[in-house]
Design a protein. Structure first.
Length: 320
């Protein structure tokens, strides 16, 4: 179920300029610091805290190079997608705060669509099912009305990519964006990365192509150090006879010159923290499944704690 954090090390895999992306895959090496304080508690009040842990895989290598946790951290893994989690139970200090900080050292590779690889049928089936905010029928499919969809699934993936990119506009105006709600995205025609990619996943799954949601953080293309404002997400789909094909449609929408690049490529200027939606954590939270998990989740007195009372700060520093 869980193991102690002491001795834990894992491996992770961050966007280059247009004139260099046709060359061999790039990589980036950096430290990513994940800080947050749980605030506005009574002194001594206990909170249960879950933090996502970036995985090590073919795309990124991760190790923990610094940590300051308010309690004894345990590593767990949720059962649906295998996302790793640090769980801490701790009491607030005299100021009513619980502070936590982890610094990860990350080597991230540029991701390129690869050849077919074997995955269990059960895994493929899981990425064909709807999520709470990602239906595979209804309103999102109206975008396909009257479209002559290709039978080749690789070509179909590009068609769906272009449909979403042409329908959507990257914007954080008003309210409603940022939840990854496919129906809202279809109706509004704008949103952030979660809205773009949820709509794409709805369309892909509706056409019997496995598709998955990945979330983490993006870094600026320019190397150095600085703050990271918030999360970034993207999607992958799996055409018949091929491996996972990555897409970053919201970045393509912001930079049309890279529209072709972001179909089948991800820059190394990012770090993945997790996969999937509707997540039940380990140990299981009292509240409902999480829409997605990239920020810390906290419960106090058996109830979800208000996100605005969790003060977050993320930063990076390149390691050359």
């Amino acid at each position: 179920m869980c193991r102690m954090l002491m001795g834990f090390a894992c491996c992770l895999v961050a966007f280059p300029s247009a004139d260099t992306r046709a060359e061999e895959p790039k990589s980036r090496h950096f430290d990513f610091r994940y800080d947050f304080d749980v605030t506005d508690l009574k002194p001594g009040q206990v909170a249960r805290i879950w933090m996502p842990v970036p995985p090590s895989n073919d795309e990124q290598a991760v190790s923990i190079v610094g940590r300051q946790l308010a309690g004894e951290g345990r590593i767990g893994k949720e059962s649906k997608y295998g996302n790793q989690i640090i769980f801490v139970e701790a009491a607030a200090n005299s100021d009513g705060r619980i502070a936590n900080s982890i610094t990860y050292r990350i080597s991230r590779n540029e991701v390129v669509a690869g050849p077919a690889d074997a995955i269990p049928d059960s895994v493929a089936v899981a990425f064909l099912k709807p999520d709470a905010m990602v239906p595979i029928d209804g309103k999102p499919l109206t975008l396909l009305n009257g479209k002559n969809l290709p039978s080749d699934q690789d070509q179909l993936g590009r068609t769906l990519y272009d449909i979403v990119n042409h329908h959507m506009r990257y914007s954080k105006e008003g309210t409603g964006w940022g939840r990854g709600d496919s129906e809202w995205a279809c109706e509004s025609g704008f949103g952030n990365c979660s809205d773009f990619h949820s709509l794409f996943i709805s369309l892909a799954r509706s056409q019997k192509m496995p598709a998955k949601f990945e979330i983490g953080f993006g870094l600026p293309e320019k190397h150095g150090k600085g703050d990271v404002a918030g999360y970034h997400c993207w999607a992958k789909f799996r055409p018949a006879g091929r491996g996972w094909v990555p897409v970053d449609i919201s970045e393509a929408n912001k930079n049309p010159k890279l529209t072709d690049y972001y179909y089948g490529h991800l820059t190394p200027d990012r770090v993945t923290f997790g996969t999937g939606r509707d997540l039940v954590l380990e140990p299981k939270q009292t509240g409902p499944p999480l829409n997605f998990f990239v920020y810390p989740y906290v419960e106090v007195d058996g109830k979800p704690y208000a996100a605005e009372k969790i003060k977050r700060h993320f930063s990076f520093a390149d390691v050359e």
